[in-house]
Design a protein around this ligand. Structure first.
Ligand code: H57
Length: 435
């Protein structure tokens, strides 16, 4: 039986909290209609009408080595791929269903190739697995809040046996935890209404997962969001509590804390445009400079960012995403010391940006310049050892200007006469303090 242990937990979470930046990949049959991964639900589409995408799916350009390289070059440390999304279609070769990539024109286990490729790049391997299943006949149809057949009276639930469904998906999770070597992240999605906790057989499921993959890091979605923030603080979470909080499409305004106000581990998952699965007309991509600042925001609040891409029908990551990732990578290359292994700095947030910290190094992220010398709030004046421009390593002097004589306790940096920052996205000052 799995028993929570604080030391094991801290150890398990080390790489994950150092990593800070990962890639989410949503890919499946829904990438062909290209109207988002929920189209079966939003359009109340039947399995029969969806079948044409199964018949067509050929993964023509699928090359997970390319995905992994892209993630690595963007500075990401881990990748999470949808092994199965709500439509029930499996990218992996499950022996418990026919509804899988192996039986399409793709004709092979796509998850196998993915885990190999991601590992080969030295990245941590994550798999997403949905708790919902709109294909399985024992999953509630009529009257469920989101099932495609929720309004179809002919899809009543009289002959459905939910326990059969639970057994089915537990078996699939067992396959995932058995057939692909060591997994680093397992991302369950999601609980709602009474579909939560023991309804999913959560204790049994987690005991199995923890036995098969003792080191795997698991999200918190076997519970509904917001549940269980006290239990980790008290050291007696439910076995299915999970290892991190998973805010979706939001960066928590004040980070995530337990009932005692102590920081919890969290990861914000964010789409690059406004859809997880490939979307043909959603071109509302977040600019790279914005995403860099949002990553910094996550780290400054003690969290990770899991940034999504939605490969197209053939398996190609959209051009827009590739371009954005390469811009992020360019910044990361010079500034990753202010991200990896960093967290909450416990100094006031400056007007011009944010602060991250690793041990005795503070990273002052400047999203815009100040008028005159740059205040480094929260630092003890006589303990500053040196200040460097992180991207280039050059020395930044402490300011001795008369203009801040009214603020004798604040350390100011002197960036020189140019009002334009050398990096107009995020110029990072690395401040090393005496131990
Ligand atoms: O896989 C991606 C992301 C990581 N989670 C999935 C999405 O497809 C969506 C999960 N939640 C979305 C959502 C938004 C509003 C509520 C759910 C009944 C229960 C919840 C709702 C309706 Fe809605």
């Amino acid at each position: 039986m799995y028993q929570f242990n604080r030391d094991d937990y801290n150890k398990r979470m080390e790489w994950y909290q150092d990593a800070r930046f990962g890639m989410f990949i949503h890919w499946g049959l829904y990438s062909i209609p290209a109207r988002g991964e929920w189209l079966r639900s939003t359009e109340e589409m039947s399995i029969e009408d969806y079948q044409k995408y199964f018949d067509e799916f050929d993964a023509r350009d699928y090359d997970p080595k390319k995905w992994a390289k892209l993630a690595k070059e963007a500075g990401m440390k881990y990748v999470v791929l949808t092994a199965k999304h709500h439509d029930g279609f499996c990218l992996f070769d499950s022996k418990y269903t026919e509804y899988k990539a192996t039986n399409t024109k793709a004709g092979r286990d796509l998850v196998k190739e993915y885990v190999d490729a991601v590992r080969a790049e030295g990245l941590k391997v994550g798999l997403y697995f949905t708790l919902l299943d709109w294909y399985h006949e024992d999953y509630p149809h009529y009257g469920d809040r989101i099932h495609p057949m929720r309004n179809n009276k002919n899809c009543g639930n009289e002959n459905r046996d939910f326990s059969r469904y639970v057994e089915y998906f537990h078996k699939q999770v067992e396959e995932i935890c058995t057939n692909y070597g060591q997994l680093d992240v397992l991302w369950f999605d999601f609980s709602y209404d009474d579909m939560r906790g023991e309804k999913w057989g959560a204790t049994k499921l987690m005991n199995m997962v923890r036995t098969l993959q003792p080191q795997v890091i698991i999200d918190n979605r076997l519970e509904a969001s917001g549940e269980g923030k006290g239990s980790l603080a008290e050291g007696n979470p439910t076995p299915y509590h999970g290892d991190f909080v998973s805010p979706e499409q939001i960066i928590p305004p004040e980070g995530v804390k337990d009932v005692n106000g102590d920081p919890l581990v969290w990861e914000a998952c964010i789409t690059m445009n406004n859809n997880w699965g490939y979307h043909g007309t959603d071109k509302f991509f977040k600019p790279a400079p914005m995403l860099i600042k949002k990553l910094v925001e996550c780290v400054s609040k003690g969290g990770n960012m899991l940034l999504n891409v939605g490969p197209d029908a053939y398996g190609n990551i959209p051009e827009e995403s590739v371009e954005i990732l390469s811009q992020i990578g360019k910044w990361m290359k010079r500034n990753h010391d202010s991200i990896y292994g960093c967290g909450i700095a416990n100094v006031p947030k400056p007007d011009y940006g944010r602060v991250t910290r690793k041990g005795n190094k503070y990273y002052f992220h400047m999203f815009e310049n100040t008028i005159g010398p740059v205040p480094l709030l929260g630092l003890e004046k006589n303990k500053v050892k040196k200040i460097r421009a992180l991207a280039t390593g050059y020395e930044i002097p402490i300011s001795t200007s008369w203009v801040h004589s009214d603020y004798p306790d604040i350390v100011f940096a002197n960036l020189g006469p140019n009002p334009v920052l050398p990096d107009n996205i995020d110029y990072v000052l690395e401040v090393e303090m005496d131990d």
